[in-house]
Design a protein around this ligand. Structure first.
Ligand SMILES: Cc1cc2nc3c(=O)[nH]c(=O)nc-3n(C[C@H](O)[C@H](O)[C@H](O)COP(=O)(O)OP(=O)(O)OC[C@H]3O[C@@H](n4cnc5c(N)ncnc54)[C@H](O)[C@@H]3O)c2cc1C
Length: 387
């Protein structure tokens, strides 16, 4: 796959091994069937434990049998998974960055002991409930709330657009604690088989079809005090998870674009019109040159982020810049690849059209492109455009 400025030479043995393992997994286990899953609107659930066995969930966390790999290795893993499909990378991102990370960072020892090994092995599936029907870009206005009830809490509210909720064993639900001063947002671990929990599937998506998306309905759901994440309060909780996931997306989007590039390059050197491969025409070469350049820029940004994250200096605004840039790049370049494949480009026989539609979701979730512009704008001017 494209590596125009030899970033390979910067990788450790371990990072190469992680990348190669993920690449082989995607080539052998994902690419042959993912187009059909996308058409059918299904997720290849049999891969969930296998991805666990390979250590694909939260490999950058420490303890609990997790591999504790470098941030570059984690990024490369996200890159390879999204070269297969954004739905696959979304599964790993949610499980690792949005469910295991908050339990690891903010959970009690009992919560860590109970959930991290199971989630890490893919024996349990988790989801992250922040977005609500009326509150997407402004989650701090959430209506879902918790009230003290004896030795625990009662939760009421509704979450929507929740990746994996219909197949989850546990949901990390963010809700306002009405029993504490200032109604701070707190994280609750809600087992999905509790009375009052519903997880209806959202059908007829035209994007990220090889991923299961649903709602979380909470109707007088009782959870014990032990299910509250004890070590975080306020929007810092969900936002710090999003920073982890957005870091993975900044890498993942590059993987989708790399897959589109390779498909377009192969096609252009093979497909003949006017008596020669279309890749021999200047217009097509310009497209490949631009695609390769944009991908290379995005790779450099992702690698730099890894260095900053590794030494603990990465700021959320820098992650916003990379998510915003790299997803926009992938969204634009996947279209160019699609175009280069002519009529064949609109079929599921080739990956670019699938990536084109998937990337509409990736552009929107985890902070829309607009919201990341405003986060960066705030950082640059010191003036918030929204509260
Ligand atoms: C397939 C899929 C999976 C998802 N998975 C999850 C998940 O697992 N967990 C979860 O919690 N959420 C998830 N989401 C939700 C996602 O994060 C939200 O869709 C996203 O945050 C945008 O919210 P919204 O859809 O309500 O759009 P809105 O916030 O209503 O935005 C609509 C438009 O207005 C723009 N806009 C909003 N505010 C401003 C502003 N201040 N200035 C300028 N423009 C603005 C936005 O950029 C956007 O273009 C998922 C979404 C999808 C589509």
């Amino acid at each position: 796959m494209l590596d125009y400025v030899d970033l390979e030479s910067e990788l450790t043995e371990e990072e190469r091994m992680v990348r190669d393992t993920a690449r082989e997994f995607v080539e052998e286990q994902v690419k042959p069937d993912v187009g059909q899953h996308w058409i059918d609107g299904t997720f290849p659930k049999d891969l969930i434990p296998e991805m666990g066995e390979l250590g694909f969930y939260a490999p950058n966390l420490e303890g609990y049998g997790l591999p504790n790999l470098s941030e570059t290795a984690y990024g490369l893993l996200m890159q390879e998974l999204e070269a297969g499909d954004s739905g696959l990378r979304s599964m790993a991102s949610v499980q690792g960055a949005l469910v295991m990370y908050p339990i690891h960072a903010f959970g009690s020892d009992a919560q860590k002991d109970e959930w991290l090994p199971k989630l890490g092995a893919g024996e349990a599936v988790g989801c992250f409930g922040l977005t609500e029907p009326e509150h997407g870009s402004n989650p701090s206005a959430m209506e879902t709330h918790a009230e003290r009830d004896g030795d625990g809490y009662v939760l009421n509210g509704a979450k929507t657009w929740i990746t994996n909720s219909p197949i989850s064993d546990v949901a990390v639900v963010w809700a306002k604690d009405r029993s504490s001063d200032g109604t701070p947002v707190r994280g609750f671990l809600v087992e999905t088989d509790r009375d009052g929990v519903t997880t209806n599937k959202i059908d007829e998506k035209l994007s990220l079809r090889a991923s299961i998306t649903g709602e979380i309905g909470l109707n007088d759901v009782h959870v014990p005090e032990d299910n509250v994440l004890p070590d975080v309060e306020g929007m810092k909780g969900p936002l710090s998870c999003l920073t982890q996931a957005r870091y993975g997306i900044a890498w993942g989007a590059v993987g989708a674009a790399m897959d589109c590039f390779e498909t377009a390059r192969d096609y252009a050197t093979d497909r003949e019109q006017f008596g020669k491969p279309i890749g021999g025409f200047q217009l097509q070469q310009e497209k490949l040159a631009e695609m390769a350049t944009q991908i290379t820029n995005a790779q450099l940004l992702a690698h730099r982020l890894a260095t900053l994250k590794e030494r603990g200096d990465l700021r959320p605004e820098q992650v916003s810049m990379a998510k915003r840039n790299n997803v926009r790049m992938a969204r634009e370049q996947s279209r160019v690849a699609r175009e280069m494949l002519g009529g064949n480009g609109i079929t599921a026989d080739y990956s670019p059209m699938r990536h084109v539609t998937n990337l509409e979701t990736v552009y929107t979730y985890e902070g829309t492109h607009d919201i990341h512009s405003l986060i960066i704008g705030h950082d640059l001017t010191g003036i918030p455009a929204f509260e």
